[in-house]
Ligand binder design. Sequence first.
Ligand code: APR
Length: 226
Amino acid sequence: MKIAVLTGAGVSAESGLKTFRDSNGLWEGHDVMSVASPQGFANDPALVLDFYNQRRKQLLEVSPNAAHKALAQLENKHDVTIITQNVDDLHERAGSTNVLHLHGELLKVRSTFDEDLILDWKTDLNIGDFCEHNHQLRPHIVWFGEAVPLIEVAAEIVEQADAVIIVGTSMQVYPAAGLIQYAREDALCYFVDPHPSIQSNSRITVIAEKASTGVPKVMKAIEKLS
Ligand code: APR
């Protein structure tokens, strides 16, 4: 079975990474637009780089949870693509091998001169860390107002899926939130979230639980059907 999994911050919540909208609009105490927008970076690059340095340090101290692991196990029997809005690498560390990061990756940086010049980066990134063209490096993150280059690829994956599993997203940020519209009429759709933003209907089964218990339940349901 072809399975498309769309995850958001909620899938990493039980690993200890804060979600966005559960923290009343702040991200670790910062107004999102001051640390996750091109304007914020232009206004105070040192603040933005330090913010992501903190996020990178925090990521290296946390681990995948049962939901990441269950989704990785799915690959043993099915053709799975994880389409995540998250910039953490917890899906990969849990064993998922086909992960598409719609909003970029915390453990990568890129040149402010050539956006295709992307480097792996696990340590602090500071002002003066330049690319080979002598331009400042920046986090390889899609900031608010920037394009989401992988959205078309993601839509095609959802369109081809026999099952779509949505975990831990408030479905408030487009274009990612619009991906559910691409699910085929005959596709099985599951939505796992303790505070779901949508209701169960003829097409979508909502499991109003945390990812660590809700995702294994989806696995069982899919095994029964396949
Ligand atoms: N298990 C599953 N879901 C959970 C859990 C949990 N343990 N805890 C919280 N949630 C749910 C919340 O109920 C909420 O619906 O996770 C969702 C998190 O929503 P947001 O904080 O809005 O995160 P997300 O949907 O990923 O945000 C999308 O917005 O800030 C931008 O670019 C950023 O990628 C992010 C995008």
